[in-house]
Design a protein around this ligand. Sequence first.
Ligand SMILES: C[S@@+](CC[C@H](N)C(=O)[O-])C[C@H]1O[C@@H](n2cnc3c(N)ncnc32)[C@H](O)[C@@H]1O
Length: 272
Amino acid sequence: MNEHEPVVDLQLDRAHSSRIYDYFLGGKTNFLADRMAAGSVLGVFPAALVAARINREFMHRATRFLAESGLRQFLDIGTGIPTPPNLHDIAQGSAPDARIVYTDNDPIVLAHAAALLLSTPEGRTAYVQADVTDPGGILTAPQLLDTLDLSRPVALSLNALMHFVPDDGRDRARTIVETLKAALPSGSTLAMSHATADFAPEAMRKISKIYGDAGTRLQFRTRPEFLRFFDGWDLLEPGVTLSHQWRPDDPADATHVTDAEAACYAAVARKP
Ligand SMILES: C[S@@+](CC[C@H](N)C(=O)[O-])C[C@H]1O[C@@H](n2cnc3c(N)ncnc32)[C@H](O)[C@@H]1O
């Protein structure tokens, strides 16, 4: 680093959602504060390891399905620390010419973004450091506009992200998602997973407190609240499920995990 480069504060002394999730996925980009928070979560909800893995697997299946359905442009917000296979590995595995824009607000994801930029020669990947609470900033970012053609269908992914956007009585999360949806043309899709307290309310209340103590506010949403994110778009089969139940590769996979362990709703919808 030279003296002209901006100094980025990675805030290693406090737990971050991206690094806690990385720990649950068995990654190495996590630090003492993250591991302590992750340990507290596991103390009240040992299934967090399962929930993280099957959430990630939902992203894999949904992305493959969308690439195989003809989508060639992907916008993944709240990307997370690179964990192979990443979204572009899956999309370009089916469609080498796929173009992917990744976005996250955590500087540690930016620090590791090189792994997200290893595109196929036929396709392209880009990274935008941005916050989903500024959807206009994401949609007008030069890296996005250089990579995606917003007049053609885009597969938008908001996986395990919007529960980090509390409404504060203003329907804020839905307004953000509606802004993103409105910017995309017919044939675009929304793939989304979202944590819920519908099945293990007491454990989720304790998890909320652990994240809150670390400075990250969480808002779990019910099934009807999750469903509203897709208003006006056509849900693809099988509709809203728990993350492991959405088009499982092997139907048996959907029976090994309980709804309480999954703790995340998932769905994919298409803009008419
Ligand atoms: C649980 S991880 C999910 C990663 C990936 N989408 C997946 O499902 O495997 C959530 C990610 O969202 C990011 N995030 C949280 N709040 C955000 C915000 N307001 N804007 C952008 N990214 C955010 C975190 O930094 C973290 O990387």
